[in-house]
Design a protein around this ligand. Structure first.
Ligand code: SAH
Ligand code: SF4
Ligand code: F3S
Length: 454
């Protein structure tokens, strides 16, 4: 961190000079694609840009524009190229503008090659492993007119104590681990985020204490597979044990976590959740497929029956739990029978919400070279059928709260109707109700009159 603070000072000097010559302050704009992990990384980027003397801009008409990219599905990549096309024009009329790209997509050599050849107006490219070096890379970019490219293949390092600027004053993500060792056969994440590394419990707890002192009441512990937290530490600590310690921290009212791999969800975790006053009654438990055959081809390492038993056990122990999930349609080799198994699990588990995805071929993953890729039209029809069922169950499940009074953390003034506030229940359900903006950030009891689905 010392080295990076040195470069932040250096950036401050460079930004000040450029602002002087332009006769106005410089501005920045960060766009985030992908998951909560990326959202948290963007808060780190923002922290450093503010430290460097940039002011936040409302949109991409800024002096420094950075895209924190995702590559989990092809769509995510296409969006980035779309944005870049627009930026090219902006930069023509504003030559001092700087454009930077970072995140998961940059870990793919083919992407960087394409950017080098066809997007030469990009000024800075770096990856997921050296994001902690952003201040240093920013200084290099501001000092040169050539594209700076610095992408690492991997790292064992976790750099603590760099600036972070939270998007919300009252809630925050907290990384507890980085990377993934699961290698689900469709998934690019282990290749672009590297091997699993856990942060030390004392660093995590210290960060949460600092957040609590700073007015944060809800935290979300982040990792690709939080259930295997701590296994690679010198002194191993289980995720359940970490939760017990987080629970002790004063000022934190709500604890969430993302994501749980079903194969590693322990009885100890269920017990800790059950006894906890603060852990939200919500569990995101990605299913991916309901067919044991497909699950095995996906390398998920659980069967349909094991998943169902687990879901049942959780419901038995924590009856008021809300379960949500991720499902992929059209994995190579998926037959109508396999797909029906997925629908069957959706019916039986009764999810509050499910995120459904069309399988996207990711170059370099084992599934990409599997035979029997499912034709697009077949996948599309299955996808629509699944979505209908998911929505029907989501409506039915969430309707159970109608007429009850629930605690809601108020997050913002409603985007469509400014007489309403929008907040979240512990179950992660969104709630809209009349109220004054001064309530944002507080936890209030709200009477729920009408259910309109998730
Ligand atoms: N670590 C998390 C998921 C991270 S990616 C977990 O294991 O649950 C988020 C979701 O994207 C996954 O759960 C999966 O449903 C989906 N996904 C990942 N790779 C995909 C692909 N190649 N095509 C379609 N969906 C994919
Ligand atoms: Fe991808 Fe599987 Fe790791 Fe999740 S657990 S990030 S789906 S490889
Ligand atoms: Fe996407 Fe990277 Fe997250 S690929 S889903 S941003 S870990």
């Amino acid at each position: 961190p010392k080295r990076q603070y040195y470069f932040m000072a250096r950036c401050r000097e460079l930004v000040r000079k450029e602002a002087e010559s332009l006769g106005r302050p410089l501005t920045f704009f960060v766009t985030t694609f992908g998951c909560q992990m990326n959202a948290r990384d963007s808060e780190k980027l923002t922290g450093i840009l503010l430290e460097a003397g940039y002011l936040p801009a409302e949109n991409e008409d800024a002096d420094f524009v950075i895209y924190n990219t995702c590559t989990v599905r092809e769509n995510a990549n296409l969006k980035v190229y779309g944005h870049l096309g627009l930026l090219k024009h902006k930069k023509k009329s504003k030559p001092h503008m700087r454009i930077a790209l970072c995140g998961c997509m940059m870990q793919e050599p083919l992407v960087v090659e394409k950017l080098k050849n066809s997007y030469q107006f990009v000024d800075l490219i770096f990856g997921t492993h050296n994001i902690f070096q952003f201040a240093e890379l920013l200084a290099r970019t501001l000092e040169s007119r050539k594209t700076v490219i610095d992408v690492w293949e991997g790292t064992q390092e976790i750099v603590e104590d760099l600036p972070v600027e939270r998007k919300y004053p009252f809630k925050s993500g907290v990384n507890i681990m980085f990377g993934c060792n699961n290698f689900c056969n469709y998934c690019i994440v282990p290749y672009v985020r590297g091997r699993e590394r856990s942060r030390k419990p004392e660093d995590i707890l210290q960060e949460i204490k600092t957040l609590a002192n700073d007015g944060v009441s809800e935290i979300m512990l982040l990792g690709q597979n939080v259930n295997s937290y701590g296994k690679t530490l010198k002194e191993p600590v289980s995720f359940a044990e970490l939760l017990r310690q987080v629970e002790q921290i004063e000022g934190i009212a709500r604890i969430r976590f993302m994501t749980s791999h079903p194969k590693d969800l322990s009885d100890e975790l269920i017990q800790v959740m059950k006894e906890s006053e603060k852990i939200c009654r919500h569990l995101h438990l990605p299913l991916q497929s309901g067919s044991t055959r497909i699950l095995s081809a996906m390398n998920r390492r659980y069967t349909k029956e094991q998943y169902l038993e687990l879901a049942e056990k959780i419901r038995r122990e924590i009856p008021d739990i809300s379960l949500t999930t991720d499902i992929i349609v059209g994995f190579p080799g998926e037959t109508e029978e396999d797909f029906l198994e997925t629908l069957d699990v959706v019916r039986r588990v009764r999810y509050d919400n499910a995120y459904t995805f069309i399988y996207s071929k990711r170059t370099g993953t084992p599934a990409a070279s599997m035979e029997q890729q499912v034709p697009e039209d077949v996948v599309k029809i299955r996808f629509d059928r699944l979505l209908m069922l998911v929505q029907e169950h989501a409506r039915r499940q969430t309707a159970r709260f109608a007429g009850t009074v629930q605690e809601v953390l108020i997050e913002e003034v409603n985007k469509h109707d400014s007489s309403l506030l929008t907040g979240r229940m512990g179950s992660n359900l969104l709630v809209h109700f009349p109220g004054d903006a001064s309530l944002v950030g507080s936890i209030r009891s709200v009477q729920l009159l009408e259910c309109r689905g998730f």
